[in-house]
Ligand binder design. Structure first.
Ligand code: UGA
Length: 454
């Protein structure tokens, strides 16, 4: 089918465009960012996503995909137009819909024949109806027929290609049976169940999913803090929980708090439109405030360590990991950056190391710390440090030679906010070790747990 993707050089738009081209459709990715379009025409991707560049090369070889800034001709040539532009947070947590509205009115004025307009961007409930009005009011040929469909995405950064190519469900929200048929035809080569529903419920599905994942994370982070206070080991607790098929083990790794461009933003939006609709959103508010507690707790612990280890006037803290999770170079809303921001109030030097992030966004760097240096290796970062804080669960950190780290540090203390190191090994070497939800009790073997379950 002939498809255009508006916002086609952004994260979601690009993966959607390349994914649909891989499935045999003729795709035009449209964007106002001329540089990104030029780069894409020269095979330079603006994001790193495993497998994406190979799929792009293949789609180009088969002439299935093109990139352009020319809106009108792209829309004219397509039967289906995807809207995949950004929906950032506004000042009070509401979703800023300006890019979506602009894209819709531009599509409307470019339309020359009936179209199916598919909203991929994450938009507050009710947006489908507003979108219909915007297109209707901006049509240059007022009698043209069109449909608006909600088709939310569930792509995780670092796994976006896999999530797109092997979706666990395809949600289609529309009141038009012909639009639903068209979308089903578009997705017919995908092996996934359809959830066909009304547009408002489709919009709500996306928010409910992200809010549920965030709720699990805040829940396990809170359980972790209780574990620390009562001397239980959260890893053992999780082991005992995950075998319950009603619970399962996903999204139960405690950490420094959830980050990234989506979870926070979407919950804030859900709180905003939920409370505007007079719903009680206390649980969602608690999920967000619990998330903020994580980083405060980490800072409290670093402060305690620095007091204990006062071996020289200016102390050094090593921060390992800057991206909001492993597998991506994205630092948006990363707990590591929040920590750096808090550390600026302490009189410390900071060494940071991340395997893929080699610099901080300029606005953040100037705000954060004049005493901050990038290290070339994790070992350079920890040299002479009084605390080593692991903020991202990169494999490289799981494989650290702790004996060398011990020898290099001025005061051997590790704050492992992802529980990626062996607490036993670290403590046996003489480290002061602090995980999340772990006070140094031995994690029990999986076999041992299973023995008790059977
Ligand atoms: C999230 C959702 O998982 C996707 O389904 C959704 O499509 C996407 O947002 C979006 O709305 O576009 P993503 O932001 O890439 O995807 O990140 P996740 O993998 O969900 O992780 C979110 C945060 O939770 C990260 O900071 C991660 O480190 C943290 N996390 C995740 C934990 O602390 N523990 C876990 O067990 C899992």
């Amino acid at each position: 089918m002939k498809v255009s993707v508006i916002g086609g050089s952004g994260y979601i738009g690009l993966v959607t465009g390349i994914g649909l081209a891989t499935h045999g459709n003729d795709v035009i990715c449209v964007d106002i960012d001329q540089k990104k379009i030029n780069d894409l025409n020269r095979d330079i991707l603006p994001i790193y996503e495993d497998g994406l560049s190979a799929l792009l090369a293949k789609a180009k070889r088969k002439n299935r995909i093109t990139f352009t800034t020319s809106f009108k001709s792209a829309v004219n040539q397509s039967d289906i137009v995807f809207i995949a532009v950004g929906t950032p947070s506004g000042r009070s947590g509401e979703t800023d819909m300006s890019h979506v509205y602009k894209a819709l009115s531009s599509v409307a004025s470019a339309m020359n024949k009936p179209k199916t307009i598919v909203i991929k961007s994450t938009v507050p409930v009710g947006s489908n109806q507003v979108a219909y009005q915007i297109v209707r009011e901006n049509l240059t040929q007022p009698h043209l027929d069109f449909d608006i469909v909600s088709n939310p995405e569930f792509l995780r950064e670092g796994r976006a290609v896999k999530d797109f190519m092997e979706p666990e469900r395809i949600v289609i929200g529309s009141k038009s049976s012909s639009a639903i048929k068209r979308l089903k035809r578009l997705y017919k080569t995908f092996d996934a169940p359809y959830v066909i529903t009304d547009p408002t419920s489709a919009e709500m599905i996306k928010y409910a999913c992200n809010a549920y994942l965030a709720t699990r994370l805040s829940f396990i982070n809170e359980i972790s803090e209780i574990c620390e206070q009562v001397d239980a080991n959260v890893l053992n607790v999780i082991e005992g929980m995950k075998h319950d098929s009603r619970i399962g083990g996903h999204y139960l790794n405690p950490g420094p708090g959830f980050g990234g461009p989506c979870l926070n933003k979407d919950i804030q939006s859900l709180i905003h439109f939920g409370s505007c609709a007079d719903a009680n959103v206390n649980l969602l508010r608690a999920v967000l405030s619990r998330n903020n507690v994580q980083i405060e707790n980490i800072l409290k612990f670093i402060n305690e360590l620095l007091k204990k280890s006062k071996v020289s006037r200016v102390q050094k803290v090593a921060v390992l990991g800057l991206s909001f999770k492993a597998g991506t170079n994205d630092t948006r809303n990363s707990p590591a950056l929040l920590l750096l921001d808090l550390l600026k109030n302490l009189d410390v030097q900071i060494a940071v190391y991340d395997p893929v992030v080699q610099s901080l966004p300029p606005d953040i760097h100037s705000n954060i710390h004049s005493n901050l240096k990038f290290a070339k290796t994790p070992y350079d970062a920890v040299e002479n440090a009084s605390a080593c804080i692991v903020m991202t669960e990169w494999d490289e950190f799981k494989e650290l030679d702790l004996q060398s780290v011990f020898n290099l540090m001025r005061y051997p203390a590790i704050v492992d906010t992802r529980n990626v190191l062996s607490s036993e090994h670290a403590m046996a070497l003489g480290f002061e070790y602090k995980g999340v939800g772990i006070n140094g009790l031995k994690p029990i073997e999986e076999q041992e747990i299973l023995k008790h379950i059977v």
